[in-house]
Ligand binder design. Structure first.
Ligand code: SF4
Length: 518
Protein backbone atom coordinates (compact mmCIF):
# COMPACT_ATOMS: atom_id res chain seq x y z
CA UNK A 1 0.00 0.00 0.00
CA UNK A 2 1.45 3.36 -1.05
CA UNK A 3 0.97 6.03 1.62
CA UNK A 4 3.92 8.31 0.99
CA UNK A 5 5.71 9.21 -2.20
CA UNK A 6 8.64 11.47 -2.79
CA UNK A 7 9.52 12.98 -6.17
CA UNK A 8 13.03 14.16 -6.96
CA UNK A 9 13.19 16.36 -10.05
CA UNK A 10 16.70 16.42 -11.53
CA UNK A 11 15.14 18.56 -14.28
CA UNK A 12 14.42 17.72 -17.89
CA UNK A 13 15.20 19.43 -21.15
CA UNK A 14 13.83 17.65 -24.19
CA UNK A 15 13.37 18.59 -27.85
CA UNK A 16 9.79 19.37 -26.90
CA UNK A 17 9.42 20.28 -23.26
CA UNK A 18 11.45 22.11 -20.63
CA UNK A 19 11.59 21.34 -16.92
CA UNK A 20 14.47 23.43 -15.58
CA UNK A 21 13.32 26.19 -13.19
CA UNK A 22 11.52 28.45 -13.55
CA UNK A 23 9.81 25.76 -15.65
CA UNK A 24 7.95 22.75 -14.35
CA UNK A 25 7.55 20.01 -16.92
CA UNK A 26 4.69 17.56 -17.33
CA UNK A 27 6.41 14.58 -15.62
CA UNK A 28 5.89 15.44 -11.93
CA UNK A 29 2.29 16.50 -12.66
CA UNK A 30 1.54 13.20 -14.39
CA UNK A 31 3.13 11.11 -11.63
CA UNK A 32 1.34 12.97 -8.83
CA UNK A 33 -1.92 13.08 -10.79
CA UNK A 34 -1.95 9.34 -11.49
CA UNK A 35 -1.35 8.55 -7.79
CA UNK A 36 -3.94 11.05 -6.53
CA UNK A 37 -6.44 9.76 -9.09
CA UNK A 38 -6.34 6.39 -7.33
CA UNK A 39 -5.99 7.65 -3.76
CA UNK A 40 -6.20 11.31 -2.92
CA UNK A 41 -4.87 10.68 0.61
CA UNK A 42 -1.34 9.76 -0.55
CA UNK A 43 1.20 12.18 0.86
CA UNK A 44 3.34 13.31 -2.09
CA UNK A 45 6.36 15.55 -1.62
CA UNK A 46 8.09 17.20 -4.53
CA UNK A 47 11.75 18.26 -4.34
CA UNK A 48 13.90 19.87 -6.98
CA UNK A 49 17.56 18.84 -7.08
CA UNK A 50 18.54 22.38 -6.09
CA UNK A 51 16.41 22.10 -2.95
CA UNK A 52 18.08 18.77 -2.14
CA UNK A 53 21.53 20.32 -2.55
CA UNK A 54 20.52 23.03 -0.08
CA UNK A 55 19.03 20.66 2.50
CA UNK A 56 19.99 17.05 1.91
CA UNK A 57 19.00 16.05 5.46
CA UNK A 58 15.35 16.98 5.07
CA UNK A 59 15.15 15.19 1.73
CA UNK A 60 16.68 11.98 3.05
CA UNK A 61 14.39 12.00 6.10
CA UNK A 62 11.30 12.30 3.90
CA UNK A 63 12.64 9.78 1.39
CA UNK A 64 13.27 7.18 4.11
CA UNK A 65 9.69 7.64 5.32
CA UNK A 66 8.32 7.12 1.78
CA UNK A 67 7.19 3.97 0.04
CA UNK A 68 8.38 5.09 -3.37
CA UNK A 69 10.99 7.52 -4.60
CA UNK A 70 10.40 8.80 -8.12
CA UNK A 71 13.39 10.36 -9.85
CA UNK A 72 12.78 12.50 -12.93
CA UNK A 73 15.56 13.39 -15.45
CA UNK A 74 17.36 14.15 -17.86
CA UNK A 75 18.75 16.89 -20.04
CA UNK A 76 18.65 15.59 -23.62
CA UNK A 77 19.09 18.95 -25.35
CA UNK A 78 21.38 20.83 -23.02
CA UNK A 79 21.41 24.56 -22.61
CA UNK A 80 22.70 27.15 -20.18
CA UNK A 81 20.36 27.68 -17.26
CA UNK A 82 20.02 30.57 -14.86
CA UNK A 83 17.15 29.14 -12.83
CA UNK A 84 18.66 25.82 -11.75
CA UNK A 85 21.47 23.32 -12.27
CA UNK A 86 20.32 19.95 -13.63
CA UNK A 87 21.35 16.86 -11.70
CA UNK A 88 23.69 14.38 -13.33
CA UNK A 89 23.48 10.61 -13.12
CA UNK A 90 26.54 10.53 -10.84
CA UNK A 91 24.94 12.99 -8.47
CA UNK A 92 21.68 11.03 -8.47
CA UNK A 93 23.58 7.83 -7.75
CA UNK A 94 25.40 9.41 -4.80
CA UNK A 95 22.09 10.62 -3.31
CA UNK A 96 20.27 7.35 -3.94
CA UNK A 97 23.00 5.36 -2.23
CA UNK A 98 22.05 7.10 1.02
CA UNK A 99 18.43 6.00 0.75
CA UNK A 100 17.43 2.42 1.47
CA UNK A 101 13.72 2.07 2.18
CA UNK A 102 11.62 3.21 -0.80
CA UNK A 103 11.37 1.62 -4.21
CA UNK A 104 13.41 3.73 -6.60
CA UNK A 105 11.68 4.48 -9.86
CA UNK A 106 13.14 6.41 -12.79
CA UNK A 107 10.79 8.50 -14.93
CA UNK A 108 11.25 10.86 -17.86
CA UNK A 109 13.51 10.89 -20.89
CA UNK A 110 16.34 9.26 -18.88
CA UNK A 111 14.32 6.07 -18.51
CA UNK A 112 13.53 5.93 -22.19
CA UNK A 113 16.69 7.18 -23.87
CA UNK A 114 19.44 7.06 -21.27
CA UNK A 115 20.82 9.89 -19.23
CA UNK A 116 21.98 12.83 -21.35
CA UNK A 117 24.29 15.22 -19.61
CA UNK A 118 25.53 17.68 -22.15
CA UNK A 119 25.99 18.37 -25.85
CA UNK A 120 28.68 16.42 -27.60
CA UNK A 121 28.08 13.51 -25.22
CA UNK A 122 26.65 10.04 -25.35
CA UNK A 123 23.76 9.41 -23.06
CA UNK A 124 24.58 6.87 -20.37
CA UNK A 125 22.90 3.68 -21.39
CA UNK A 126 19.83 2.31 -19.69
CA UNK A 127 21.81 -0.80 -18.65
CA UNK A 128 23.85 1.38 -16.30
CA UNK A 129 20.70 2.97 -14.90
CA UNK A 130 19.10 -0.43 -14.29
CA UNK A 131 21.68 -1.05 -11.56
CA UNK A 132 20.58 2.05 -9.63
CA UNK A 133 16.80 1.89 -10.00
CA UNK A 134 14.24 -0.79 -9.13
CA UNK A 135 12.20 0.20 -12.14
CA UNK A 136 12.55 2.44 -15.19
CA UNK A 137 9.37 3.72 -16.78
CA UNK A 138 9.96 3.39 -20.49
CA UNK A 139 6.24 3.87 -21.14
CA UNK A 140 3.98 6.58 -19.77
CA UNK A 141 4.03 7.41 -16.08
CA UNK A 142 0.28 7.90 -15.69
CA UNK A 143 -0.31 4.30 -16.83
CA UNK A 144 2.42 2.80 -14.64
CA UNK A 145 1.50 4.69 -11.47
CA UNK A 146 -2.19 4.11 -11.91
CA UNK A 147 -1.50 0.35 -12.26
CA UNK A 148 0.93 0.43 -9.35
CA UNK A 149 -1.76 1.93 -7.13
CA UNK A 150 -4.38 -0.57 -8.30
CA UNK A 151 -2.50 -3.83 -8.67
CA UNK A 152 0.81 -3.38 -6.88
CA UNK A 153 4.41 -3.06 -8.04
CA UNK A 154 4.74 -6.57 -9.47
CA UNK A 155 1.82 -6.15 -11.83
CA UNK A 156 2.38 -2.55 -12.99
CA UNK A 157 3.74 -2.46 -16.54
CA UNK A 158 6.57 0.07 -17.05
CA UNK A 159 6.49 -0.32 -20.84
CA UNK A 160 2.89 0.62 -21.65
CA UNK A 161 2.54 3.79 -23.67
CA UNK A 162 -0.63 5.77 -24.13
CA UNK A 163 -2.67 5.35 -27.27
CA UNK A 164 -4.77 8.38 -26.44
CA UNK A 165 -4.87 11.08 -23.78
CA UNK A 166 -7.88 9.82 -21.81
CA UNK A 167 -5.94 8.87 -18.68
CA UNK A 168 -3.25 11.56 -19.02
CA UNK A 169 -5.90 14.31 -19.29
CA UNK A 170 -7.34 13.23 -15.93
CA UNK A 171 -3.88 12.93 -14.37
CA UNK A 172 -2.94 16.40 -15.61
CA UNK A 173 -5.93 17.92 -13.83
CA UNK A 174 -5.45 15.91 -10.61
CA UNK A 175 -1.71 16.54 -10.59
CA UNK A 176 -1.97 20.29 -11.15
CA UNK A 177 -1.78 20.84 -7.38
CA UNK A 178 1.83 19.64 -7.26
CA UNK A 179 2.95 22.98 -8.75
CA UNK A 180 2.32 24.51 -5.32
CA UNK A 181 5.36 22.61 -3.99
CA UNK A 182 7.68 24.03 -6.63
CA UNK A 183 10.12 26.57 -5.17
CA UNK A 184 9.24 29.05 -7.93
CA UNK A 185 5.50 28.86 -7.25
CA UNK A 186 3.96 32.25 -6.56
CA UNK A 187 6.93 33.83 -8.31
CA UNK A 188 8.12 33.25 -11.85
CA UNK A 189 7.03 29.62 -12.25
CA UNK A 190 6.26 28.71 -15.87
CA UNK A 191 4.12 25.63 -16.43
CA UNK A 192 4.94 23.67 -19.58
CA UNK A 193 1.83 22.32 -21.29
CA UNK A 194 1.62 19.37 -23.67
CA UNK A 195 -0.73 19.63 -26.64
CA UNK A 196 0.31 16.55 -28.60
CA UNK A 197 3.06 13.98 -28.75
CA UNK A 198 5.10 12.64 -31.62
CA UNK A 199 6.43 14.33 -34.70
CA UNK A 200 4.40 14.39 -37.91
CA UNK A 201 7.71 13.74 -39.68
CA UNK A 202 7.81 10.23 -38.24
CA UNK A 203 6.45 9.30 -41.69
CA UNK A 204 9.87 9.97 -43.21
CA UNK A 205 11.82 8.86 -40.12
CA UNK A 206 12.33 12.40 -38.79
CA UNK A 207 15.63 14.08 -38.06
CA UNK A 208 18.51 11.67 -37.40
CA UNK A 209 19.27 12.85 -33.87
CA UNK A 210 15.75 13.28 -32.58
CA UNK A 211 13.78 11.12 -30.17
CA UNK A 212 10.35 12.61 -30.91
CA UNK A 213 9.50 10.58 -34.05
CA UNK A 214 10.26 7.39 -32.12
CA UNK A 215 6.80 7.75 -30.53
CA UNK A 216 5.31 6.84 -33.90
CA UNK A 217 2.05 8.34 -35.11
CA UNK A 218 1.33 11.54 -33.15
CA UNK A 219 -1.60 11.66 -30.75
CA UNK A 220 -3.28 14.91 -29.77
CA UNK A 221 -5.13 16.33 -26.81
CA UNK A 222 -8.46 18.05 -27.34
CA UNK A 223 -8.63 21.83 -26.82
CA UNK A 224 -11.16 21.18 -24.08
CA UNK A 225 -8.85 18.93 -22.06
CA UNK A 226 -5.94 21.39 -22.33
CA UNK A 227 -8.22 24.23 -21.25
CA UNK A 228 -9.43 22.17 -18.26
CA UNK A 229 -5.85 21.54 -17.23
CA UNK A 230 -4.98 25.24 -17.49
CA UNK A 231 -8.09 26.05 -15.44
CA UNK A 232 -6.89 23.69 -12.68
CA UNK A 233 -3.34 25.07 -12.82
CA UNK A 234 -4.68 28.60 -12.66
CA UNK A 235 -6.74 27.68 -9.60
CA UNK A 236 -3.52 26.52 -7.92
CA UNK A 237 -1.74 29.74 -8.73
CA UNK A 238 -0.14 29.30 -12.18
CA UNK A 239 0.22 32.67 -13.88
CA UNK A 240 2.71 31.81 -16.59
CA UNK A 241 1.92 29.13 -19.12
CA UNK A 242 3.87 27.89 -22.09
CA UNK A 243 2.37 25.66 -24.75
CA UNK A 244 5.78 24.19 -25.35
CA UNK A 245 5.43 20.46 -25.32
CA UNK A 246 5.02 19.57 -28.95
CA UNK A 247 7.35 19.70 -31.95
CA UNK A 248 5.33 22.38 -33.75
CA UNK A 249 2.49 24.41 -32.22
CA UNK A 250 1.36 25.62 -35.66
CA UNK A 251 0.02 22.18 -36.58
CA UNK A 252 -1.74 21.47 -33.28
CA UNK A 253 -5.23 20.29 -34.20
CA UNK A 254 -4.37 19.76 -37.86
CA UNK A 255 -6.53 17.16 -39.50
CA UNK A 256 -3.52 16.06 -41.53
CA UNK A 257 -1.36 15.18 -38.53
CA UNK A 258 -0.46 11.51 -38.76
CA UNK A 259 -1.02 11.40 -42.52
CA UNK A 260 1.29 14.08 -43.89
CA UNK A 261 4.91 14.84 -43.13
CA UNK A 262 4.11 18.55 -43.20
CA UNK A 263 0.46 18.90 -42.13
CA UNK A 264 -1.53 22.03 -42.86
CA UNK A 265 -2.10 24.28 -39.82
CA UNK A 266 -5.64 24.58 -38.50
CA UNK A 267 -6.01 28.19 -37.26
CA UNK A 268 -9.63 27.60 -36.09
CA UNK A 269 -8.51 24.98 -33.55
CA UNK A 270 -5.71 27.26 -32.36
CA UNK A 271 -8.28 30.04 -31.93
CA UNK A 272 -10.46 27.72 -29.88
CA UNK A 273 -7.52 26.69 -27.69
CA UNK A 274 -6.07 30.15 -27.05
CA UNK A 275 -9.48 31.78 -26.57
CA UNK A 276 -10.47 29.02 -24.14
CA UNK A 277 -7.26 29.41 -22.13
CA UNK A 278 -7.73 33.15 -21.80
CA UNK A 279 -11.33 32.59 -20.78
CA UNK A 280 -10.59 30.23 -17.89
CA UNK A 281 -7.40 31.99 -16.81
CA UNK A 282 -8.11 35.70 -17.24
CA UNK A 283 -5.29 36.84 -14.96
CA UNK A 284 -2.58 34.90 -16.81
CA UNK A 285 0.42 37.22 -17.15
CA UNK A 286 2.34 35.14 -19.68
CA UNK A 287 1.06 32.79 -22.37
CA UNK A 288 3.87 31.67 -24.65
CA UNK A 289 4.71 29.02 -27.23
CA UNK A 290 7.95 27.26 -28.13
CA UNK A 291 8.80 25.09 -31.13
CA UNK A 292 7.68 25.82 -34.65
CA UNK A 293 8.71 23.70 -37.61
CA UNK A 294 10.02 26.06 -40.33
CA UNK A 295 9.03 23.37 -42.85
CA UNK A 296 5.37 23.91 -41.96
CA UNK A 297 5.67 27.60 -42.79
CA UNK A 298 7.28 27.03 -46.19
CA UNK A 299 4.88 24.25 -47.15
CA UNK A 300 1.78 26.19 -46.01
CA UNK A 301 2.63 29.90 -45.90
CA UNK A 302 -0.98 31.17 -45.99
CA UNK A 303 -2.33 28.91 -43.23
CA UNK A 304 0.83 29.41 -41.19
CA UNK A 305 0.44 33.16 -41.36
CA UNK A 306 -3.15 32.81 -40.12
CA UNK A 307 -2.02 30.49 -37.32
CA UNK A 308 0.72 32.94 -36.29
CA UNK A 309 -1.79 35.82 -36.25
CA UNK A 310 -4.12 33.78 -34.06
CA UNK A 311 -1.35 33.08 -31.57
CA UNK A 312 -0.37 36.75 -31.51
CA UNK A 313 -3.98 37.74 -30.78
CA UNK A 314 -3.96 35.85 -27.49
CA UNK A 315 -0.39 35.29 -26.32
CA UNK A 316 1.95 37.63 -24.44
CA UNK A 317 4.60 39.67 -26.25
CA UNK A 318 8.23 38.62 -25.95
CA UNK A 319 7.27 35.23 -27.35
CA UNK A 320 9.68 33.06 -29.36
CA UNK A 321 9.06 30.53 -32.11
CA UNK A 322 12.11 28.28 -31.77
CA UNK A 323 13.02 27.00 -35.23
CA UNK A 324 15.04 23.81 -35.28
CA UNK A 325 16.92 24.68 -38.47
CA UNK A 326 19.96 22.77 -37.16
CA UNK A 327 22.12 23.47 -40.24
CA UNK A 328 22.24 25.73 -43.28
CA UNK A 329 24.53 23.24 -45.02
CA UNK A 330 22.47 21.39 -47.64
CA UNK A 331 24.64 18.30 -47.32
CA UNK A 332 23.97 18.08 -43.58
CA UNK A 333 20.25 18.73 -44.16
CA UNK A 334 20.06 15.89 -46.65
CA UNK A 335 22.21 13.39 -44.73
CA UNK A 336 20.20 13.85 -41.55
CA UNK A 337 16.75 14.22 -43.07
CA UNK A 338 16.37 17.67 -41.49
CA UNK A 339 13.15 19.56 -41.98
CA UNK A 340 14.14 22.50 -44.13
CA UNK A 341 16.68 23.60 -46.74
CA UNK A 342 18.56 26.84 -46.07
CA UNK A 343 16.74 29.25 -48.38
CA UNK A 344 13.39 27.97 -47.13
CA UNK A 345 14.55 28.48 -43.56
CA UNK A 346 15.20 32.14 -44.36
CA UNK A 347 11.69 32.38 -45.90
CA UNK A 348 10.16 31.03 -42.68
CA UNK A 349 12.08 33.65 -40.67
CA UNK A 350 10.77 36.36 -43.00
CA UNK A 351 7.17 35.22 -42.58
CA UNK A 352 7.36 35.21 -38.77
CA UNK A 353 8.92 38.67 -38.87
CA UNK A 354 6.08 39.94 -41.05
CA UNK A 355 3.55 39.51 -38.23
CA UNK A 356 5.69 39.16 -35.12
CA UNK A 357 7.95 42.19 -34.91
CA UNK A 358 5.36 44.67 -33.62
CA UNK A 359 6.04 45.63 -29.99
CA UNK A 360 3.69 44.79 -27.15
CA UNK A 361 2.94 45.94 -23.58
CA UNK A 362 6.18 44.66 -22.04
CA UNK A 363 8.40 46.51 -24.52
CA UNK A 364 9.24 43.44 -26.60
CA UNK A 365 8.31 42.41 -30.14
CA UNK A 366 5.35 40.04 -30.09
CA UNK A 367 6.81 36.92 -31.64
CA UNK A 368 10.28 36.42 -33.03
CA UNK A 369 12.03 33.39 -34.47
CA UNK A 370 14.83 31.72 -32.56
CA UNK A 371 17.38 29.69 -34.50
CA UNK A 372 18.69 26.34 -33.25
CA UNK A 373 21.91 25.09 -34.83
CA UNK A 374 23.30 21.66 -34.17
CA UNK A 375 26.87 20.57 -34.74
CA UNK A 376 28.46 17.16 -34.98
CA UNK A 377 25.92 15.68 -37.39
CA UNK A 378 26.98 13.27 -40.16
CA UNK A 379 27.86 15.17 -43.33
CA UNK A 380 29.38 18.06 -41.40
CA UNK A 381 32.66 19.43 -42.75
CA UNK A 382 34.74 22.49 -41.96
CA UNK A 383 32.77 24.23 -44.69
CA UNK A 384 29.55 23.77 -42.67
CA UNK A 385 30.81 26.30 -40.13
CA UNK A 386 31.41 28.95 -42.78
CA UNK A 387 28.06 28.27 -44.50
CA UNK A 388 26.15 28.60 -41.23
CA UNK A 389 27.90 31.82 -40.35
CA UNK A 390 27.23 33.30 -43.81
CA UNK A 391 23.52 32.46 -43.63
CA UNK A 392 23.20 34.05 -40.21
CA UNK A 393 24.95 37.14 -41.53
CA UNK A 394 22.57 37.25 -44.53
CA UNK A 395 19.58 37.05 -42.18
CA UNK A 396 20.98 39.95 -40.19
CA UNK A 397 21.73 41.97 -43.34
CA UNK A 398 18.13 41.48 -44.51
CA UNK A 399 17.14 43.37 -41.36
CA UNK A 400 15.25 40.40 -39.96
CA UNK A 401 14.84 40.09 -36.22
CA UNK A 402 15.97 36.90 -34.52
CA UNK A 403 15.55 36.57 -30.79
CA UNK A 404 18.44 34.21 -30.21
CA UNK A 405 20.80 31.74 -31.87
CA UNK A 406 21.13 28.52 -29.95
CA UNK A 407 24.31 26.64 -30.85
CA UNK A 408 24.72 23.13 -29.54
CA UNK A 409 26.62 19.94 -30.17
CA UNK A 410 24.57 16.86 -30.71
CA UNK A 411 23.90 14.36 -27.93
CA UNK A 412 23.81 10.78 -29.19
CA UNK A 413 20.69 9.16 -27.80
CA UNK A 414 19.66 5.53 -27.76
CA UNK A 415 16.92 4.58 -30.23
CA UNK A 416 17.85 7.30 -32.71
CA UNK A 417 19.52 6.70 -36.10
CA UNK A 418 22.57 8.53 -34.76
CA UNK A 419 23.08 5.80 -32.16
CA UNK A 420 23.98 3.47 -35.03
CA UNK A 421 26.50 5.97 -36.36
CA UNK A 422 28.03 6.71 -33.00
CA UNK A 423 31.65 6.27 -34.05
CA UNK A 424 31.27 8.58 -37.01
CA UNK A 425 29.63 11.27 -34.86
CA UNK A 426 32.24 10.94 -32.13
CA UNK A 427 34.89 11.37 -34.77
CA UNK A 428 33.27 14.52 -36.19
CA UNK A 429 32.84 15.99 -32.70
CA UNK A 430 36.50 15.30 -31.93
CA UNK A 431 37.83 16.66 -35.22
CA UNK A 432 35.76 19.85 -35.08
CA UNK A 433 36.14 20.60 -31.39
CA UNK A 434 38.29 23.67 -31.93
CA UNK A 435 36.26 24.88 -34.88
CA UNK A 436 33.06 24.61 -32.86
CA UNK A 437 34.52 26.76 -30.08
CA UNK A 438 35.85 29.36 -32.51
CA UNK A 439 32.63 29.75 -34.49
CA UNK A 440 30.42 29.64 -31.43
CA UNK A 441 32.41 32.50 -29.97
CA UNK A 442 32.38 34.37 -33.29
CA UNK A 443 28.62 34.06 -33.70
CA UNK A 444 28.05 35.11 -30.11
CA UNK A 445 30.35 38.10 -30.19
CA UNK A 446 29.57 39.33 -33.70
CA UNK A 447 25.96 38.39 -34.40
CA UNK A 448 24.12 37.68 -31.14
CA UNK A 449 24.84 41.15 -29.85
CA UNK A 450 23.80 42.80 -33.12
CA UNK A 451 20.49 40.91 -33.22
CA UNK A 452 19.81 41.78 -29.59
CA UNK A 453 20.58 45.42 -30.25
CA UNK A 454 17.81 45.52 -32.85
CA UNK A 455 15.31 43.92 -30.48
CA UNK A 456 16.04 46.04 -27.42
CA UNK A 457 17.99 49.11 -28.50
CA UNK A 458 19.34 51.24 -25.64
CA UNK A 459 16.50 53.27 -24.15
CA UNK A 460 13.91 50.48 -24.51
CA UNK A 461 11.85 49.96 -21.37
CA UNK A 462 11.16 46.34 -20.44
CA UNK A 463 8.34 45.51 -18.04
CA UNK A 464 7.58 42.57 -15.79
CA UNK A 465 11.06 41.37 -14.95
CA UNK A 466 11.62 39.12 -11.93
CA UNK A 467 14.85 39.57 -10.01
CA UNK A 468 16.01 35.94 -9.96
CA UNK A 469 19.57 35.94 -8.80
CA UNK A 470 22.50 37.93 -7.49
CA UNK A 471 25.91 37.47 -9.06
CA UNK A 472 28.53 39.46 -7.17
CA UNK A 473 27.07 42.99 -7.13
CA UNK A 474 24.68 42.41 -10.04
CA UNK A 475 20.98 41.57 -9.94
CA UNK A 476 19.80 39.26 -12.73
CA UNK A 477 16.22 39.91 -13.84
CA UNK A 478 14.14 38.15 -16.51
CA UNK A 479 10.60 37.96 -17.71
CA UNK A 480 9.05 34.51 -17.15
CA UNK A 481 8.48 32.82 -20.52
CA UNK A 482 10.18 31.59 -23.67
CA UNK A 483 13.89 32.43 -23.94
CA UNK A 484 13.69 35.58 -21.84
CA UNK A 485 16.31 38.29 -22.23
CA UNK A 486 18.67 38.41 -19.26
CA UNK A 487 18.78 41.91 -17.83
CA UNK A 488 21.72 42.72 -15.57
CA UNK A 489 21.09 45.48 -13.06
CA UNK A 490 24.34 46.96 -11.77
CA UNK A 491 23.40 46.75 -8.08
CA UNK A 492 21.52 44.56 -5.65
CA UNK A 493 17.73 44.54 -5.69
CA UNK A 494 15.68 42.24 -3.44
CA UNK A 495 15.17 38.76 -4.91
CA UNK A 496 11.81 38.13 -6.58
CA UNK A 497 10.96 41.78 -6.83
CA UNK A 498 9.16 42.57 -10.11
CA UNK A 499 10.73 45.53 -11.83
CA UNK A 500 10.82 47.52 -15.07
CA UNK A 501 14.16 48.51 -16.53
CA UNK A 502 15.47 50.94 -19.13
CA UNK A 503 18.10 49.28 -21.30
CA UNK A 504 21.48 50.89 -21.14
CA UNK A 505 23.85 48.61 -23.09
CA UNK A 506 23.87 45.31 -24.97
CA UNK A 507 26.20 42.32 -24.71
CA UNK A 508 26.10 39.02 -26.63
CA UNK A 509 23.66 37.12 -24.41
CA UNK A 510 22.39 39.78 -22.04
CA UNK A 511 21.66 43.46 -21.62
CA UNK A 512 22.37 45.93 -18.85
CA UNK A 513 19.52 48.05 -17.60
CA UNK A 514 18.61 50.62 -14.99
CA UNK A 515 15.54 49.84 -12.92
CA UNK A 516 12.69 52.28 -13.05
CA UNK A 517 11.16 53.17 -9.70
CA UNK A 518 12.89 50.29 -7.83
S1 SF4 B 1 11.03 17.98 -37.04
FE1 SF4 B 1 12.92 16.85 -36.57
S2 SF4 B 1 13.69 17.82 -34.68
FE2 SF4 B 1 11.54 18.44 -34.90
S3 SF4 B 1 10.46 16.94 -33.69
FE3 SF4 B 1 10.44 16.23 -35.78
S4 SF4 B 1 12.17 14.86 -35.95
FE4 SF4 B 1 12.44 16.07 -34.08
Amino acid sequence: MIRKTIILDLYTDEPAGLGVPPYINTWPRLVAGAIWMENKEVDIRYYTIDEVRRDMGSFIRHAEASDILVVIGSVEVPGKYIGGRPGTIDEAERILMLITRPLKILVGPAARYGFGSGGGAIASSRNTLAKIFDEMIVGDPEIFFSELMRYGFEKADPRKTRINYELADKAFVKGAKIIMMHPNHGKNLVVEIETYRGCPRYISGGCSFCIEPRWGKPIQRSPRSIIEEVEALYRYGARHIRLGRQPDILVYGSKEIGDKEFPKPNPEILEKLFYGIRNVAPGLRILHIDNVNPGTIVHHPRESLEALKTIINYHSPGDVAALGIESFDEKVVKTNNLKVYPDDAVKAIEIINRVGRIRGWNGLPHLLPGINLLYGLPGETKETYRINYDYLKTIYDKNLLVRRINIRQVTILENTPLWLRMDMVKNILRRHKGLFKTYRHRIMSELDRKFLEKIVPPGTILDYLYVEKHIRNLSIARMPGSYPITVKIPYIIALWKIISARIRSIAAKSVTGDPIGA
